[in-house]
Design a protein around this ligand. Structure first.
Ligand SMILES: NC(=O)c1ccc[n+]([C@@H]2O[C@H](COP(=O)([O-])OP(=O)(O)OC[C@H]3O[C@@H](n4cnc5c(N)ncnc54)[C@H](O)[C@@H]3O)[C@@H](O)[C@H]2O)c1
Length: 392
């Protein structure tokens, strides 16, 4: 099977390499000449674990191209281009539509399948399917940066929205080649589990709602854990025995139930906002869609208030990436804290092992402040007499 991956960013480059590793014939397409040139040379500045090894091993087998119209030669096109959020909370689908139009103009075979991996606002995939001469499938991803390869190898579910079932079958065949890679193909350190993912097949719009609803649920769960944290701190008790007890119930589960920072990064906050937009589109009146986002936005402010009340002369904030293992700082807790504390007139120095920060040396950053705030779920190794660890 010949697959084309259009959009070789944080998600698409990893997906293209996994397809290549699975033995599929892969065309990798991106319109950014610098990004494409770096990939061709096997060079990446993305700190995503295992990306450099995967690129060195499987990059040479990928047919790197710069014109999205070339994807018309493939059996399945995976479209992984950006869909930025609009003020309304909806996703801007124009890059996806533009790629689809370019492929349509290149007169592809009648049975080409166009699979949208990019996040779309519910209804956009159906609109696309009505306007292009090929079958459209939606297969949104739930990976987290810093864990992309493992996340794609052992997903809990494969979400398939399909305009026609034969097209969904073909996408599943390609995805299963990745997901069920043999353990001896796995690079050292990668997680591997033979557990089969749940296959969730539905209409395009149902899959689009499932994608944003699932992530909105995760934001709600994180917000709930943080609310328990606020209550327990107010009572002068530790929240952790409480959340451990709540998570022990199989209907709840422990994942993401650890009080700390808010949901950050390029997906969860905006999927939660999109969920609110979808509720409006649907005329649904539940205030839960707004409340999850409000609680999430409040969390860094509440931490900043607590820290400011300690009257520090200077604060070292450890962690500026939105999560450990990535350099992505979109909606990152540490940076939001730094912004709120600076607005209170409190001098701040930031440190992170991978992401942009004021002071790249941990010991220097820690020694320069009278209060250290751990704003990352993985506490780095340091000693200081005055520490606020937001996840402790
Ligand atoms: N990054 C994540 O954690 C994540 C997780 C789940 C879903 N998603 C979704 O996947 C999509 C892509 O996200 P990303 O983080 O990989 O984005 P990214 O910005 O890292 O990469 C996008 C790539 O697409 C290229 N591109 C832009 N327009 C193009 C076009 N017209 N033709 C070809 N290439 C084009 C860019 O040059 C860039 O290399 C988004 O819709 C996002 O919501 C991302």
């Amino acid at each position: 099977m010949r697959v084309a991956v259009v959009g070789l960013g944080k998600l698409g480059a990893c997906q293209a390499l996994l397809f290549a590793e699975a033995g599929l014939e892969v065309m990798g397409i991106d319109v950014d000449p610098d990004a494409l040139d770096a990939l061709k040379r096997g060079v990446t500045t993305n700190p995503e674990p295992h990306l450099a090894e995967m690129l060195a091993t499987y990059g040479p087998s990928i047919d790197w191209r710069s014109d999205p119209a070339d994807a018309a030669e493939a059996d399945v096109v995976f479209c992984v281009v950006p869909t930025p959020s609009l003020d309304s909370g909806a996703y801007d689908p124009s890059a996806v539509y533009s790629v689809a139009d370019q492929i349509a103009d290149a007169e592809p075979a009648d049975d080409l399948v166009f699979c949208v991996v990019s996040t779309l606002t519910p209804g956009d995939g159906q609109r696309l399917a009505a306007n292009v001469p090929f079958a459209v499938v939606g297969s949104p991803e739930f990976i987290a940066l810093g864990d992309v390869f493992a996340g794609m190898r052992r997903p809990d579910l494969l979400l398939i929205g399909e305009s026609e079932s034969w097209a969904g079958d073909r996408v599943l065949t390609a995805l299963r080649a990745i997901k069920h890679g043999q353990p001896d193909n796995v690079h050292p350190g990668m997680r591997y589990t033979p557990k089969a993912p749940a296959i969730c097949r539905m209409s395009l719009t149902e899959a689009e709602v499932a994608k944003v609803a699932l992530n909105a649920f995760l934001v709600t769960k994180i917000g709930f854990a943080n609310t328990v944290g606020e209550i327990c701190r107010g009572l002068g008790i530790s929240p952790h025995p409480v959340t451990r007890a709540i998570g022990a119930d199989h209907r709840v589960g422990h994942a993401l139930l650890r009080p700390g920072g808010p949901a950050g990064g390029p997906c969860l906050p905006r999927d939660s906002k999109a969920f609110g937009h979808v509720a409006q589109l649907a005329g649904a009146k539940s205030s839960l869609t707004d409340m999850a986002g409000i609680v999430n936005e409040q969390t860094p402010m509440l931490w900043a208030e607590r820290i400011a009340e300690m009257n520090p002369r200077k604060v070292a904030i450890l962690g500026t990436a939105y999560k450990p293992g990535t350099d992505v700082t979109v909606e990152a807790f540490g940076l939001l804290l730094a912004m709120f504390l600076s607005a209170e007139g409190i001098p701040v120095v930031t440190w992170d092992p991978l992401a942009v920060c004021d002071e790249p040396d941990l010991d220097t950053a820690v020694a320069s402040a009278d209060l250290v705030v751990v704003a990352t779920a993985e506490r780095p190794d340091f000693i200081h007499p005055n520490v606020v660890d937001c996840w402790a």
